[in-house]
Design a protein around this ligand. Sequence first.
Ligand SMILES: [Zn+2]
Length: 443
Amino acid sequence: MIELWAVGGYSLIGKNMTAIRVDDEVIILDMGYNVGKVVEYEGSEGEELSKLSYEQMLKIDAVPDDRKFHEGWGKMVKAIVIGHAHIDHCGAVRVLAPRYKKAPIIATPFTIEVIRNTLEGKRLPNKIIPLNPSSKYEISKNITIELVNITHSTLQTAVVVIHTPYGKIAYANDYKLDDNPILGKKPNYKRLKEIGKDCIALISDTTRVEYSGHTPSESLAREMLKDVLLRYVDRDMGIIVTTFSSHIARLSTLINIARRMGRKPILVGRSLSNYLSAAKRANVFSTDAEIFGYKRQVNKALKIANKDKEDYLVICTGNQGEPNAILSRIANDETPYRLEPDDIVIFSCTTIPTPVSEANRSIIEQKLRSKNVRIFKDIHVSGHASREDQKDFLQMLKPKHYIPTHGGIDKLVIAADIAQSIGYVLNENIHLLQDGQRLVIQE
Ligand SMILES: [Zn+2]
């Protein structure tokens, strides 16, 4: 028998956690934060979320509510597999994994290193197993886990495939189909097609289903950034770029463009420093550009950059206008870097569509505008599959059952519509779930 428990990520974007039961063994897929609540908490309290206990995290709705699941299936959990390094997929490992302490945590080396950063020196009782993309790990005589290389907006993202005696279950949350990634390999289409020969179920990302066509490659984001930045090669204004700290490929592009402009790239902010150190430890990316994580170092570096603005390209945290991040602190004159009219701020990101992010972004843009800073927004391509990509992916994996995830019902119904357009039938082999619901996939 195969059954799915939608613990989190089916009623909103974030809090991802799905469990698959194969007879009497259970595999947990992802344990993620509710990013909106995390930003809200850290912003309003100025507190660090990492100090909160499991109960406190549940109270502020920052993690999946796994209480009923724990009671029902907890004892059967054999492994926790994390698909990639974004905190809405791996952030809650710190508080939830110890509740299933006999289960090892399996993920790609980069994802494992990012999880280690979230622990801040504490140890988990769980065994930790780094597994390279394109390799397998046997959980029991009936279950093997395979990680298949896919592209997204962070490195070493995997489609998690659970091999069972009934067939294969694929978990692609999140993904995009990028044939020209800047770092890492393109999706392993050959293996995905092979898995399509006996795929019983696909659980996949719907974050961007409402967009038509194909999500452009990360190499297009590189061209967009070059198009803006190289116009200012011989100019002496200050230039600041902010992007997602986990987007290592984007950071690599920015470092290269800075050098082409004859400017020294400096990377400023704690989460940038964390992700880059994880990438280095996992041997997936390293740079000789200078990185400053702690407040004193940050202020020292920004003081130097402020003196000779034309010599530096500042890459910093705060793309969502988070009140405690570097860009907000610069905009509030809380660092030695002083913004002047004609300085440039580039947002190489989109605004995450949550009320908190939208409010924070509008506040910071207003502050920047009041200083007559020149703003460039949305110099970015998404890391999530659009409508036609979703069809290609379904046709590649040919799952018997399709279970869209990572969105509220508004996204899930669009995903259902896409699947219907290629022959799937709602409630027969397309299943729309909400958090807490269960689904028997195979008797
Ligand atoms: Zn992601």
